[in-house]
Design a protein around this ligand. Structure first.
Ligand SMILES: Nc1nc2c(ncn2[C@@H]2O[C@H](COP(=O)(O)OP(=O)(O)OP(=O)(O)O)[C@@H](O)[C@H]2O)c(=O)[nH]1
Ligand SMILES: [Mg+2]
Length: 410
């Protein structure tokens, strides 16, 4: 794995520099503001430091480079030379633990303090005459016991979050491989944090429409929040990004469904059309060819309904004939794991997609996001956490999610 830091005037600028050097497969591990130094620091624009990781080809020897690359012409940050894996990871720890996993750390400290106190008590009672050699061995055993306890705690936290045992075990196996004597517990925590972030991988969301309109399709089971999510995404595109969008719905199944989206379209003052046939879909794509994005709402249906799935596929085929398409499978975080997998697998039969998880405000466990991501190899683009339009939506942030998976604040 390569880990590297890039500094820019904005997160975007630093990420662009990272992509330029390491390619598009980088995963963002951490983003933080950095203070400029010097007399006139207060008058300068802030800098953003982005830590990125890139998983190298399998079977190559794992190595961690740590350098800082700056793209800010005014204040070059001196590159730090390559360090040993352990040193680099310790440096990562300081940030990860202090800033990202603070509440987890507190929990651990409490646990470790109580276990240490207990062991101290036992020690004073029994081994006042032990040799120094024996004491050293005991210290080493104690350390490894603490490591074991710590790993078990991380495992249990993941399982409590309903991470599939299979994936939790996979992570622990990977951690076991990198375990050495005398490794501080921070190192293990940072390692698990990194592994989980890499498992979530990169997340793109809706990408820029370059040539003609991009058709953004929202599909998924009934009542998961497809229409509400379209309204949330569309409003940020229109209000914040000043994009030109049109809205379509092929949901003619429920009378109220079209009206729901029409209301949002009216509020945003964007064109809206109900599509009954493939011909009408073709015509709409032609009519809105000057727009940046066409958002398409679809009928929610049971994933077991093969007929509706086939209908969905023919809609996608029409779009593919005429425009660039990006598809999003909308899933509720409150749905049972086995159902989520069945739904995701069925939609995969007709298209690739990115995932949107809704209703995170209605659940306390987030393991299913990781489970579905890993099982389907589909990136998570957005999460929604409430009924408010447009406020309750966020671009998926792996760092935040991993912190939550490991029991941190959220
Ligand atoms: N708590 C919570 N409710 C949500 C969220 N997103 C949507 N909802 C609610 O879920 C309900 C269904 O939302 P819709 O947007 O109509 O869902 P849909 O997938 O379009 O439903 P159909 O068109 O019937 O398939 C509404 O009451 C929404 O307000 C969310 O993130 N959290
Ligand atoms: Mg709907």
């Amino acid at each position: 794995m390569v880990i590297k830091k890039f500094v820019g005037k904005s997160e975007e600028e630093a990420v662009q520099a990272a992509k330029k050097e390491l390619g598009n497969n980088i995963v963002i591990m951490n983003v933080k503001d950095v203070k400029r130094k010097g007399l006139f620091a207060a008058f300068c624009a802030k800098l953003v430091e982005v830590t990125v990781a890139l998983e190298e080809e399998r079977n190559t020897i794992a190595k961690v480079h740590r350098e800082t690359v700056t793209v800010d012409p005014n204040e070059p940050v001196s590159p730090i030379s390559n360090k040993s894996m352990q040193q680099a990871s310790r440096d990562m720890n300081a940030e990860s633990i202090e800033k990202k996993l603070d509440s987890l750390q507190k929990l651990l400290e409490e646990q470790l303090k109580s276990s240490q106190a207990k062991q101290e008590e036992e020690k004073t009672e029994t081994d006042s005459v032990e040799t120094s050699e024996k004491t050293e061995k005991k210290e080493a055993d104690k350390e490894s016991l603490e490591q074991e306890k710590f790993i078990r705690l991380l495992y249990n936290t993941m399982i409590d979050n309903e991470v599939d045992e299979k994936y939790a075990n996979q992570i622990l196996e990977e951690i076991e491989k990198t375990k050495r004597p005398n490794i501080p517990i921070d190192y293990i925590l940072a390692n698990v944090y990194q592994k989980l972030i890499l498992k979530f991988g990169k997340s793109e969301g809706i990408t820029t429409a370059e040539h003609g309109p991009k058709v953004i399709v929202f599909m998924g089971p009934t009542g998961v929040g497809k229409t509400t999510t379209i309204a949330k995404v569309a409003s940020s595109f229109v209000m914040d990004d000043k994009q030109k969008i049109a809205m379509l719905t092929s949901d003619t199944y429920r009378i109220a469904a079209a009206e729901q989206l029409r209301t949002y379209a009216n509020i945003l003052e964007v064109p809206f059309r109900v599509i009954y046939t493939e011909e009408e879909l073709r015509q709409a794509i032609v009519d809105f060819s000057e727009y940046d994005y066409i958002f398409l709402d679809t009928t929610g249906h049971s994933h077991q309904n093969e007929e509706q799935l086939a209908k969905m596929k023919s809609i996608l085929d029409v779009i593919d004939e005429m425009a660039v398409r990006e598809s999003f499978l909308v899933l509720s975080a409150t749905t049972k794991y086995c159902d989520l997998l069945k739904i995701a697998q069925n939609y995969k039969k007709i298209t690739d997609y990115q995932l949107i998880f809704t209703k995170l405000d209605e659940t306390t466990t987030v393991g299913n996001l990781l489970n579905v991501k890993l099982c389907m190899d589909a990136p998570i683009a957005y999460i929604t956490n409430g009924q408010n339009v447009p406020a309750d939506i966020e671009r998926f942030n792996a760092q935040k999610m991993v912190k939550q998976l490991l029991g941190g604040n959220h």
